[in-house]
Design a protein around this ligand. Structure first.
Ligand code: SAM
Ligand code: FES
Length: 471
């Protein structure tokens, strides 16, 4: 059975550098071109496009197979794509000049490839070699460090419309020889291109890393560069059981105004796309007053204010951050609906009568006891039927996944006194202990989810009497 008229498989099997494979011959570019052409010709109801692993014909890549007829194309170039889609997918006639129909030769090549592959694997196994997967994981810091240094030095902006290593070195106040080594590595990573001695930004780098570009993420990414220095203290933090104190960390950049600005830019980078999803998940019906604890860039309050003109939000954040929050709120044009309060959420009175209290990316900063204290005080501060909303990376019951949440827990180990990622079970228990009912999880697209509890208040409390467990 074939639900689509055509099903296209493009091989995108990555292999170690120097080993022939379809991606090394441009299969990702072909894949992208096929997708665009299929969409442009309105054939997406007729053709399903998917990637696949090695088919054993690696020297002849990129390999594309079209089912149900089983038509094999080899050495496909982006310039062939229009003809393949127009002639084969639209008119049903394969492009003969690109079709490979020598079945015995193809089979012999695939069988030979399989034999060699198995022999190579057996030899590696016998020699006790480290699997590629582990080797790559261990060296994973190299590309990461390369991009982070390029961002710290603002190299992509310095490259501009094209320049050589000496010119770029001068612009970033760095040694030309060393700048050249870094620039070459950035070319190898596909973040720059090189022609003769001149380097140019790729379209992607120009869009995301260059000063003045509408989609420049550099400021937010500099927070990741700052976090790198904390991660280098991980071994000590595990020994100590908590973060290495500020002052004992090498290259520490915490608590400077620049650090804080980058941190909030990093928060904004994460939050701006998630905020509308959170508003949609929670809805605005009956919502008039929101308390946004540790609101950061204010992205979530801004999204609520934009979604509903009747909503008033109050952001409580530390005094160093509030002026930055004010900039984001003012830029969004919602200052009349979003007020700011400098303070400490662990100490200060929350106020009362809120319909929603939000804790977006907050609970991981604090210990279990601190979170339980916040939940209890939030319960007191909510209006009857008001909701406490936690958004965070939520661990599985065994706490050993998902990977993003488990790794983020280490981020909190190196950065805080007692923070961590927590599980749905823990959040649910804390909410119930604080008096919340109807506690539920709302899954969002992406790495973090919501846990929501409702402050259903008994008739006793509404009439002024104290309810057991709420003291
Ligand atoms: C991880 S950020 C999350 C920001 C924002 N909620 C978001 O999701 O984009 C944590 C925020 O909590 C603030 N914060 C940390 N400790 C705080 C405290 N004790 N009282 C108030 N705000 C605090 C930080 O300044 C920062 O803005
Ligand atoms: S890598 Fe594509 S066929 Fe082997």
């Amino acid at each position: 059975m074939e639900p689509f008229r055509f099903h296209l498989f493009v091989c995108t099997q990555q292999k170690p550098e120097g080993v022939p494979c379809c991606p090394a011959n441009g299969s990702f570019v072909v894949l992208d071109a096929l997708d665009r052409e299929i969409q442009a010709r309105g054939l997406n109801q007729d053709a399903q496009l998917t990637t696949c692993g090695c088919m054993g014909l690696c020297d002849e890549g990129p390999v594309l197979v079209v089912y149900p007829a089983g038509v094999w194309y080899r050495r496909v170039r982006p310039s062939d794509v229009s003809e393949i889609v127009g002639t084969h997918l639209r008119d049903g006639k394969p492009v003969d000049r690109l079709v490979w129909n020598d079945a015995p030769a193809m089979k012999a090549m695939a069988v030979e490839h399989d034999k060699k592959f198995r022999e190579a694997m057996a030899a590696r196994e016998k020699a006790g070699m480290l699997p590629d997967r582990l080797d790559q994981m261990i060296r994973g810091y190299m590309p990461s460090r390369c991009i982070l240094t390029a961002l710290e030095l603002d190299i992509f902006t310095a490259v501009g419309d094209g320049a050589n290593a000496e010119q770029i070195g001068t612009r970033i106040h760095a040694n030309a020889r060393a700048a050249g080594i870094l620039l070459n590595a950035l070319v190898a990573l596909g973040l720059l291109s090189k022609s003769g001695d001149d380097y140019k930004n790729t379209p992607e780098s120009a869009r995301f890393f260059v000063e003045g570009s509408k989609d420049n993420h550099r400021n937010g990414l500099l927070h990741t560069a700052n976090i790198w220095h904390r991660w280098s203290t991980l071994t000590d933090a595990v020994r100590r059981g908590t973060r290495v104190p500020i002052g004992l960390r090498p290259n520490d950049r915490d608590n400077t105004p620049e650090w804080t600005r980058n941190f909030i830019a990093g928060m904004q980078r994460n939050a701006q796309n998630r905020a509308p999803l959170v508003v949609k998940a929670l809805g605005t019906a009956g919502v008039r007053r929101i308390l946004d604890l540790g609101g950061g860039s204010g992205a979530y309050s801004i999204a609520f204010a934009k979604a509903c003109p009747d909503v008033q939000c109050e952001i409580l954040d530390i005094p160093e951050v509030v002026p930055l929050t004010a900039e984001y709120v003012s830029q969004a044009g919602v200052s009349a609906q979003v007020s700011l309060r400098p303070g400490d959420m662990l100490e200060d009175d929350f106020g009362s009568g809120y319909d929603i209290i939000m804790l977006n990316a907050i609970c991981h900063m604090f210990s279990e006891e601190q979170n339980q204290g916040i939940f209890r005080r939030a319960h007191q501060a909510l209006a009857p039927n008001g909701r406490l909303v936690v958004q965070d990376f939520i661990l599985n019951p065994d706490k050993a996944g998902p990977q993003r949440a488990a790794l983020f827990s280490l981020n909190m180990l190196v950065a805080t006194d007692a923070g961590a990622s927590y599980s749905e079970f823990e959040y649910t228990q804390w909410m119930k202990a604080a008096g919340f009912a109807e506690v539920c999880r709302i899954n969002l697209p992406g790495p973090s989810d919501l846990i929501v509890g409702r402050a259903i208040v008994s008739a006793q409390r509404r009439s002024g009497a104290l309810v057991l467990g709420e003291t």
